[in-house]
Structure formats: C-alpha cells, structure tokens
Design a protein around this ligand. Structure first.
Ligand code: GLY
Length: 373
C-alpha cells in the first residue's frame, strides 16, 4: 500500500472520512468492516466499471469476510432517471436491505448520485459508501452529500442531501480512464484553485501536465487538496444556503452549453466547467473586477493541459448569445428569476452575485462565439 491521505468532513452526526490512495479497492473490506453490522454489502455499479474493477472490489471485501451483491446498470447519463432509479430501489428491497445495512455506490458521478439517492429514500434512509471511479466523482460528486436524478425539466432536479458514511477514492483506478474523461475531471480540479486557492492553482500550473501523464503521487495530492477544499466549504454550508454555491464556478455557462449540445458527447460536463470558468473570468474582467491577465492565465493553463478552453473548441454549431442566455435562465441556480453568477476578484478568490447585467453576459458570449483567427 503506497501513501494514503484522509480528509475528514466534519458534519457532526453526519461526519465521515474521505480516504484517498492507491490500492484502496484491495483494502475496501478493512475500511468498510468497522461500519457494518452483518458482513454483507449491496453494490450499485455500471457495466464498464464492473468489467474493469468489480472483481477487485469483491476480493477486497472478501478479504475481511464481507460478501457483496451487485446491481450492474447501463453506463451513461441516461441511466440517471426514474426508470433505472426505480429498478435500483426495487432491487435493494428485493435484496432485503435493512436500515443498518450499507449500500455501495461504485462508479462515476451518475452512479454515485443515483445510488446515493436510492439510499436516501430507501426505508427513509440507509447508509452508503461512495467508491468513486472517475476523477470528477473523486474530487466533486462523491463528497458533500448531493444525490439525485435528472428530470425531463432539467438535470439533478430530483434529489436529496444524504451524506455518505465513507468515501474511498482509489487513485489507481484513474489509470483506466480515457485521457478525455480524465481531463474532463480535471476541469473540476482547476476550478478549486480558481475559486479559493491561488497557491493550488500555481501548483497545478507547475504539475498539471505530469499529473495528467500519470504520476500517481501528484494525482493523490491534487485529489486531496480538491477534496479538502470541498470539505471546508461543505462544512460551512452543507445545504447550499450561501458559500457552497462557490463550487458552481463556471457552471452557469456550463449548463447552458450542455443544454445547447444536447448533453451529448460533444461536450462532457467537466469540459463545460473548464470553458465556463474561462468565461466567468472573462465576465469578471468585463465588469472591471480582474485584470485582463487573469482570464488569459486561466485559458493558458487549459491550453497547456490540452483541454477545451473556447467555445470554438466545441464541435458543431452553437446557438447565438440570446439563445444561450435563455438556456442559462433555466438553470436551477436562478433565484427569484435572477441569474446567479460566481465571479472572481482574482485567481483564488471567487464570490456569488446576482448583480450581473444581462447585457454584459450577452457581450461576453457574443465575443466568445466570434470565430477566432
Ligand atoms: N458539485 C457542487 C456541489 O457539490 O455543491
């Protein structure tokens, strides 16, 4: 077992640890056993993750005499709706999951959100463990207790806050991700530097390319610092009454772009977050909050990582600025009909505001849609 880090999420009766390290699947039994009554867990996963890692998890649990039953769902965002959710809840009931049992969400963000929500409503709440297998899930969605599914009216509109009892982020499983999926997850990593820690952003500028190339020690450090920042914010504002919205830096733009591209392969969520962060800094510059160097530095880092950074990097046509603004208006972060934006005072200091004139957002989008020569 190589180096391991622990981030504690201090939420009183709902407090838990996030364990981060290589080889955690093999240790899953040791990590989970203290939380169990009977030595049996119920794993919700998906095809691709199951093919790559389910036997390793079974062996890790089995080493401590823990048996598992697994439900293997189809991969992809379309799983995150009522049909597969109903199937999951009914399967857990068929398995006679009891109040004191443990559900295990084993996969990326889709599985974590869906299985966590199933655990939240089953018998009015059973405990669950997150074992995130994508970078995005390790640094964002597995921590903080947001669970849910999509509605025809929008993404993540049906859900509950339900904190996991433990998160096991095995860095070695990141090695099986495609480069594109890894870099999409990195969109959320760089977001943490931008929103609250300039030293972390500088560290990423220096270490990002080596980390993406496969250095596990750097990956562990990036996941640890991201999770620590998320834990700090969630501790201050568990249910997003205020500060937690900072985690949505880049997301108002991102959600409009995801909707405009039909939530398709044209744009992955983390790619949209990265472009959205660059646009949020452009908007901050337009509003006189940051110097011109700041958005350029954000985009330069994305370019150095080989990531999408401009609207022109999204394949296919995009709608015009008015249509994108309308899509933003459907975002669930609209409060009293007003769009909320996360803007920046500098790299490493973001804030939430509803005070952004539509004309300035329009101008930033119009400029961003202009073909670059
Ligand atoms: N992904 C944003 C949050 O957990 O609040």
């Amino acid at each position: 077992m190589s180096e391991m880090a622990t981030v504690h999420v201090p939420l009183g009766a709902r407090a838990y640890d996030v364990r981060i390290g290589s080889g955690l699947l093999a240790r899953a039994g040791t990590e989970i056993a203290p939380l169990l009554g009977r030595r049996r867990v119920f794993v919700v996963t998906e095809d691709r993750v199951a093919a790559l890692h389910l036997e390793a998890l079974r062996a890790g649990l089995g080493a401590e005499g823990i048996t598992m039953e697994a439900l293997i769902l189809p991969p992809g965002e379309s799983t995150k709706g009522w049909p597969e959710f109903t199937r999951t809840v009914e399967w857990l009931l068929e398995q006679r999951v009891e109040r004191k049992d443990m559900v295990v969400a084993f996969g990326g963000g889709v599985i974590g959100d869906l299985a966590g929500f199933a655990a939240a409503v089953l018998r009015r709440g059973v405990r669950f463990v997150q074992i995130p297998t994508s970078l995005l899930a390790q640094v964002d969605s597995s921590v903080g207790g947001k669970t849910g599914i999509n509605s025809v009216h929008g993404k993540n509109l049906i859900g509950a806050f339900h904190q996991p009892s433990l998160v096991l982020a095995d860095i070695s499983v990141l090695g099986t991700l495609s480069e594109r999926d890894f870099l999409a997850g990195y969109g959320e990593v760089q977001k943490y530097g931008l929103l609250g820690d300039d030293a972390f952003f500088e560290w990423l500028e220096a270490n990002g390319p080596a980390l993406a190339a496969g250095d596990d020690a750097l990956r562990l450090e990036a996941v640890r610092r991201s999770v620590q920042m998320k834990a700090d914010i969630v501790e201050r504002d568990e249910t997003e009454q205020g500060d937690r919205a900072l985690l949505n830096l880049g997301h108002t733009f991102c959600h409009a772009l995801e909707a405009a591209t039909g939530y398709s392969d044209r744009l992955l969520h983390g790619e949209g977050v990265a472009i959205g962060c660059a646009l949020a800094f452009e908007l901050s510059y337009r509003l006189g909050l940051v110097s011109q160097e700041e958005p350029s530095r954000v985009r330069a880092h994305l370019a150095a990582m080989g990531m999408k950074k401009d609207l022109s990097d999204i394949p296919g046509d995009l709608p015009d600025a008015d249509a994108l603004l309308d899509l933003m208006g459907q975002d669930k972060k609209v409060v009293d009909g007003q769009l909320r934006f996360i803007l920046a005072r500098r790299i490493g200091e973001a804030f939430v505001t509803a005070d952004v004139p539509r004309k300035d957002v329009h101008a930033v989008l119009t400029e961003a849609l202009r073909p670059r020569g």
